[in-house]
Design a protein around this ligand. Structure first.
Ligand code: SAM
Length: 273
């Protein structure tokens, strides 16, 4: 009989954020495939679990998937865990799941912590509709495509980011999307957990040296809700801010405000020089 593949969510900070079922599965499986075996050992030691470990990370995912599949076909039950949170979410897992399905191996998720879900539910932003893009790509073309996708979104957008890249990413978002409302969920479940809220420019002023782990949540929900009629009732300065936050350039903003106010473009232009 073939074995089963369990995808076991582990804590994202607080070691107590793991389910009874997850602990039992980790105790019962034959092998634990871990992103970083030393990291996972700390969790296993905390719960007094002793199991053979295989390393399974981003750089060996394909090769190691074959090894895991062979062992599953031999009848071994395997649990895949990542360093933190839910395997497969910006973490290894996807490859072995695809291979397991091809080989008719049962895949069983064991739910638990996931940074994006916990950041979202406490953010105060729209939770009904959201777009999760993981880490923004570093390659310029792919990054521009992702920024374009964000610009077109009409929901909450969720990103992961490493602390040393946070400022650059916020600057890119400000430049490409505008000064929109944003939430930074920092160090969720840890001692220094905090939710920092404000416009992107606000947040850039507040955090000069990012420390710890961050989820970025962008509020792209209501930008289009204010229709042109409502916007045109506002002052020229207020209108300017709204259109700027929607990512419009200065020339188009002036054109739009002039249209709303039913005055020549030059009149509005003069106000901004
Ligand atoms: N698989 C994980 C999950 O389920 O959320 C995500 C792993 S991904 C490699 C790591 C990123 O998740 C971090 O750079 C950060 O953006 C986010 N993250 C993980 N733990 C976090 C925490 N405790 N607080 C805030 N963000 C966290």
């Amino acid at each position: 009989m073939t074995g089963k593949l369990f995808l076991v969510a582990t804590p994202i900070g607080n070691l107590e954020d793991i389910t009874f079922r997850a602990i039992n599965i980790l105790k019962e499986v034959d092998i634990i495939a871990a992103e970083d075996t030393r990291h996972t050992l700390k969790l296993l030691n905390y719960y007094e679990i002793s199991k053979p470990l295989i390393s399974y990370h981003r750089h060996n995912e394909e090769v190691k998937s074959d090894i895991l599949i062979d062992k599953l076909l031999e009848g071994k039950n395997i649990a895949v865990v990542s360093d933190a949170g839910t395997p497969g979410i910006s973490d290894p897992g996807e490859e072995v799941v695809k291979e397991a399905i091809k080989n008719n191996i049962e895949v069983i998720p064991i739910p638990g912590a996931c940074a994006l879900v916990n950041a979202l539910i406490a953010s105060g932003l729209n939770t009904k509709e959201f777009l999760f893009l993981g880490f923004l790509p570093l390659n310029k073309k792919n990054r521009d495509n992702a920024l374009d996708k964000i610009k077109k979104a009409k929901s909450t957008v969720i990103l992961y980011e490493a602390p040393h890249k946070l400022i650059k990413t916020l600057q890119d978002l400000l430049k490409n999307i505008g000064d929109i409302n944003c939430v930074l969920a920092r160090e969720i479940t840890k001692i220094h957990e905090e939710f920092i809220r404000g416009n992107i420019s606000n947040l850039l002023e507040q955090i000069q040296e990012p420390k710890g782990e961050y989820v970025i949540l962008l509020d792209l929900n209501n930008l289009e809700n204010e229709n042109e009629d409502e916007i045109s009732q506002k002052t020229v300065e207020e209108q300017y801010k709204i259109y700027e936050a929607q990512g419009m350039n200065k020339k188009d903003i002036i054109k739009q405000i002039a249209k709303n106010k039913n005055v020549p473009k030059n009149e509005i232009y003069k106000l901004f020089i």
